[in-house]
Design a protein around this ligand. Structure first.
Ligand code: ADP
Ligand code: 5GP
Length: 210
């Protein structure tokens, strides 16, 4: 029996490498659909509207909230971020594995709404390396980096809400590990209740000689 698609949430400290990992995962495996979020933050150099994010104004974002257009949304370091509802619902309906790369408040809301969602938390190999990556990326001011590190302290409190941690040391190894975790998660009994129920019923029929 073919497994249906699952919702996969990927979170992690800013600079841990989530964006890099997602890009490589999608290049390497063509089975995933990545949701593109909407945000009110400014685009970084090289980011384009509709690719990394849909960049909108606060007014546009609030309009979409009022139309119930998000599966979840949150405020992170003074900006709105949200997951547009239509894409996620359509892709899941088509049996695709849908990835949401979102922060922890959003992840917890998703877990409430979709108890079968798989929650993965990306960690750097060390905090020294996290600092190097955040500074090395060169896209944020010192002040914003400081805000993001403060936020990481809060996020670290809730890591146990996730099913697996993913350590992003060697990128290629990490991508393959993540793919394997997702494959294995498809086979969790809780994600195959119908299949199990059918097999139980067939077993009872067999024992009756039907
Ligand atoms: P996030 O999306 O989690 O904020 P990014 O994907 O933007 O993080 O990565 C932050 C920085 O770390 C980038 O400059 C990226 O090139 C670098 N990076 C990501 N993964 C690795 C890795 N496995 N090894 C070394 N550098 C990495
Ligand atoms: P960045 O500004 O570095 O792209 O993202 C900041 C944080 O917002 C990251 O932790 C990222 O995962 C998260 N994020 C991105 N899109 C969404 C979203 O749609 N919803 C929520 N809740 N968080 C998001």
């Amino acid at each position: 029996m073919k497994n249906s698609g699952i919702l996969i949430v990927v979170s992690g400290f800013s600079g841990a490498g989530k964006g890099t990992l997602m890009k490589r995962l999608l290049e390497k495996y063509d089975t995933y659909s990545l949701s593109i979020s909407m945000t009110t933050r400014e685009p970084r150099q090289g980011e384009t509207h509709g690719k990394e994010y849909f960049f909108v104004t606060k007014e546009q974002f609030e309009q979409k909230i009022s139309e119930s257009g998000f599966v979840e949304h949150a405020v992170y370091c003074k900006h709105y971020y949200g997951t547009p509802r239509d894409y996620v619902e359509n892709e899941l309906k088509n049996g695709k594995d849908v990835i949401l790369e979102i922060e922890i408040q959003g992840a917890l809301k998703i877990k409430e709404k979709f108890p079968d969602a798989l929650l993965l938390f990306v960690m750097p190999p060390s905090i020294d390396e996290l600092r190097r990556r955040l500074i090395g990326r060169g896209t944020e001011t010192k002040e914003v980096i400081e805000q993001r590190l403060q936020r990481a302290i809060e996020e670290a409190e809730d890591i146990e809400a996730y099913e697996y941690i993913v350590i992003n040391d060697d990128l290629e190894i990490c991508v393959d590990e993540m793919h394997q975790m997702i494959l294995a998660s498809h086979n969790a009994p809780t994600r195959n209740l119908k299949f199990i129920e059918n097999m139980r019923n067939d077993l009872i029929d067999l024992s009756k000689g039907e």
